[in-house]
Design a protein around this ligand. Structure first.
Ligand SMILES: C[S@@+](CC[C@H](N)C(=O)[O-])C[C@H]1O[C@@H](n2cnc3c(N)ncnc32)[C@H](O)[C@@H]1O
Length: 296
């Protein structure tokens, strides 16, 4: 077992290209996650580092299965799609082609959303649009247990995975998931002017740059999760326009922006009479990666 582990670790050490937006992945964490997967206990790279390595001695063809997974990883298949797991805000979640793999950088937005919800008394209403696998929505439901959380996405495949995540996390009854374009599935009388928080991690890559992204992303993750239109901010501009219809006075719009989009989107919000307080959230490098705006 140790010989096999060492041999495959050397293989990954020599050839694995890890993308900067998956900082939890190393040759060691990737191999451990794949090992758990072959053992029938699939888990993310983050979880694999905290769990003892299970025995695979009794698993039929385990060595061959592990070698195949390592090769597929070296060929550029994302680890989360091979294991079927990805961690977000400490929650171990399902991951599958058809939905974006949640990124650690999105936790900046999710933590801010949780903090806002915890400050609101009663049962605050939160809507997560572009919910994908439901990661932000479930993090809000988990970490802000009083909140009534809804999620929406235009992709049926993403929503199907979000539903499965509800079952895995035991939070299925906490989330109202709706298929449709941006806020349209939530535009109904009981919600208009009543929503406390709208969150969104939108597609924000400029259309002409999507094909030039790392092959591990562009060849495996769904294009609709990245393509933000000619300037990258098509959906964000619509969201800024449409959110006031649903937000109560004092409610919050909170969204992620791409690297470099923060200052212009912040100015757009500050110019808009529908919002009266704008907060910029920066990453460790000082780059604005999320914006919070309060409904006037
Ligand atoms: C960048 S991914 C974010 C997924 C997830 N929230 C996360 O943090 O990983 C963007 C998501 O927006 C969805 N999407 C794209 N256009 C949309 C639209 N017009 N209305 C609703 N969802 C949309 C995509 O299907 C994808 O799931």
């Amino acid at each position: 077992m140790n010989d096999l582990f060492q041999r495959l670790l050397n293989r990954l050490d020599g050839g694995l290209q890890v993308l900067p937006d998956k900082p939890e992945e190393t040759p060691d964490s990737a191999l451990r996650a794949l090992w758990h997967t072959v053992a029938g206990q699939p888990c993310s790279a983050g979880a694999a580092m905290r769990r003892p390595l299970p025995s695979i001695e009794t698993v039929p063809h385990a060595e061959h299965a592990l070698e195949r997974l390592v090769e597929r990883r070296l060929q550029g298949e994302p680890l989360a799609y091979l294991t079927g797991r990805q961690q977000f805000m400490g929650l171990e979640m399902l991951s599958a082609p058809g939905a974006l793999i949640p990124r650690a950088e999105t936790e900046l937005l999710a933590w801010a959303a949780v903090e806002l919800l915890r400050e609101i008394p009663g049962e605050p209403i939160a809507i997560d649009v572009c919910t994908g696998s439901g990661n932000i929505a479930y993090a809000m439901a988990w970490d802000a247990p009083r909140a009534r959380v809804m999620g929406g996405d235009i992709s049926g495949a993403a929503l199907a995975l979000a539903r499965e995540n509800g079952r895995l996390l035991g939070l299925g009854d906490r989330l109202d998931l709706r298929l449709g374009d941006l806020l349209e599935p939530f535009d109904e009388a009981p919600l208009r002017g009543r929503v406390d928080l709208i969150t969104c991690a939108p597609p924000y890559i400029q259309s002409h740059k999507v094909g030039a992204m790392a092959a591990e992303i562009s060849e495996h993750e769904p294009r609709e999760a990245f393509d933000g239109g000619p300037l990258g901010v098509t959906l964000l501009l619509r969201l800024v326009e449409d959110a006031p219809n649903l937000l109560r006075a004092g409610g919050w719009l909170a969204f992620e922006v791409g690297n470099g989009q923060g200052p212009a989107m912040s100015r757009r919000l500050q110019r808009d009479g529908n919002y009266h307080e704008v907060r910029e959230l920066t990453d460790a490098g000082g780059v604005v990666r999320a914006l919070l705006a309060r409904r006037a």
